[in-house]
Design a protein around this ligand. Structure first.
Ligand SMILES: NC(=O)c1ccc[n+]([C@@H]2O[C@H](COP(=O)([O-])OP(=O)(O)OC[C@H]3O[C@@H](n4cnc5c(N)ncnc54)[C@H](O)[C@@H]3O)[C@@H](O)[C@H]2O)c1
Ligand SMILES: [Zn+2]
Ligand SMILES: [Zn+2]
Length: 397
């Protein structure tokens, strides 16, 4: 067993640091023993746009919170009540912490587990949601391991595809969930708001689903290039042209069957307002882009945001363009994604080479733990890479 656990910690808005903590125990945040848990040696742990909310100060957390919720690892210690996992297994960790025993978990709604977090029905690693340490670290404790972890069938095969498999812990299933909520199916026309890593996974998942015209909107040309070079249409939102007109110029009609918000409340406005923080900008754009009778998914994060421009938005009340959307009989679904509902099938799609374009769309970049604080800054500044931390140097660069 290792002596300590080097990890990425939140210091203050704009600053992350790497420090050595104690090696994790099979123990819940409230101190209760967790014989149902395992300890993982982390193989890959990604930086996510959700971590940027913490980095920028829009999701306040205590100082020294251990960051990270997108982990892939090797089982190195197994609790006495774990029945199906063994040392040496390579596993993907869904970012939701879920007990497997409550009403919601039994219904596969692991996004809203009722017990893992005593404060609210939703728990995750590396947030202030249940007190579970994050996994941007060398080692991680995972509770309810038999229920939660997705084991890769073959270790060597998994290591060959590890950069693609690493996004099964969050952004690929999350992106897929948004499309499911929006009713996407073969032949659907799709608008994707946001070309960050989650939006790019949405574009890749739309291709996997057999969507027809996949349109991605953002301001960032490097990010848009990654999807345009891989089978998608793009919209430059910094142009002063209404979104419907831009969609019509591509599709021949001004609205799509399915639209998904992969942005959240850090959204900007369109055209002349593209440098302005408009917290409801993306959600209103997907309502606008959806045809009458279509459907909309919202996976971008919304909550009280201390950095928002108005008092109402700082309290989490956003100005929805609902009166304009209502007549179209909109369907809107929102919230965290239940990763376990999709991760096994998406793993099989990766293992059987059904998403050969995923790596190119994501533009993954492998870094060390010590490089993580600088990578947070680069990602926040708009880097077109998806950063994957490799704490033990197990991934060939
Ligand atoms: N629901 C979930 O379970 C879940 C899981 C993972 C991530 N998320 C959320 O998904 C969102 C995206 O994550 P990411 O890693 O891709 O973040 P990111 O910050 O890298 O990307 C967001 C992109 O949206 C663009 N953008 C800003 N305003 C826009 C607008 N009005 N229209 C279109 N694009 C706009 C930005 O230029 C940026 O490229 C975040 O809010 C993140 O927290 C949710
Ligand atoms: Zn994430
Ligand atoms: Zn539960």
């Amino acid at each position: 067993m290792a002596d300590g656990n080097r990890a990425v910690l939140f210091d203050s808005p704009g600053t992350m640091k790497v420090e050595t903590l104690d090696f994790p125990k099979l123990q819940m945040p409230n101190g209760r023993k967790a014989p149902h848990g395992v300890i993982l040696r982390i193989v890959a742990t990604n930086i996510c746009g959700s971590d940027l909310h913490i980095f920028r100060g829009s999701f306040p957390v205590p100082q020294n919170l251990v960051m990270g919720h997108e982990m892939t690892g090797e089982v190195i210690e197994v609790g006495p009540d774990v029945e199906f996992l063994k040392e040496g297994d390579l596993v993907s960790v869904p970012f939701n912490v879920a007990c497997g025993r409550c009403r919601n978990c039994k219904a596969q709604r692991t996004d809203v587990c009722e017990t893992a977090n005593p404060d609210v029905a939703s728990a995750a690693y590396g947030f202030n949601l249940g007190g579970f340490d994050g996994g941007q670290a060398e080692y991680l404790f995972v509770p309810y391991a038999d229920f939660q972890l997705l084991r890769f069938p073959d270790r060597d095969q998994a290591m060959e595809k590890i950069l693609d498999l690493a996004v099964l812990s969050d952004i690929l299933p999350t992106a897929f969930h948004g499309l499911m909520e929006a009713g996407a199916k073969p032949g659907s026309t799709v608008y994707i708001a946001g070309a960050g890593p989650v939006g790019r996974c949405g574009a890749a998942a739309a291709r996997l689903l057999g969507a027809s015209c996949i349109i991605v909107g953002d301001y960032d040309q490097d990010r848009l290039d990654l999807v345009r070079n891989n089978g998608c249409e793009t919209i430059d939102l910094s142009l002063d042209v209404p979104l419907g007109d831009q969609i019509e110029a591509i599709l021949g009609e001004p609205a799509v069957d399915c639209a998904v918000d992969y942005v959240g409340s850090e959204a900007h406005g369109v055209g002349a307002a593209s440098n302005e923080h408009r917290p409801a900008g993306a959600i209103n754009s997907v309502l606008d882009a959806t045809r009458a009778g279509g459907a909309t998914g919202v996976v971008g994060v919304y909550g009280p945001d201390p950095l928002a421009p108005t008092q109402a938005e700082r309290e989490g009340v956003f100005p929805l363009d609902f009166g304009k959307a209502w007549i179209k009989s909109p369907r809107i679904a929102a919230g965290m994604a239940p990763i376990q509902s999709y991760n096994r099938e998406l793993m099989m799609a990766i293992l059987w080479d059904r998403m050969p374009y995923l790596g190119a769309m994501l533009n993954t970049r492998v870094i060390s733990l010590d490089e993580a604080p600088a990578a947070y800054q680069a990602f926040s500044d708009g880097s077109a890479s998806k950063f994957i931390i490799d704490p033990h140097g197990m991934i060939s660069r």
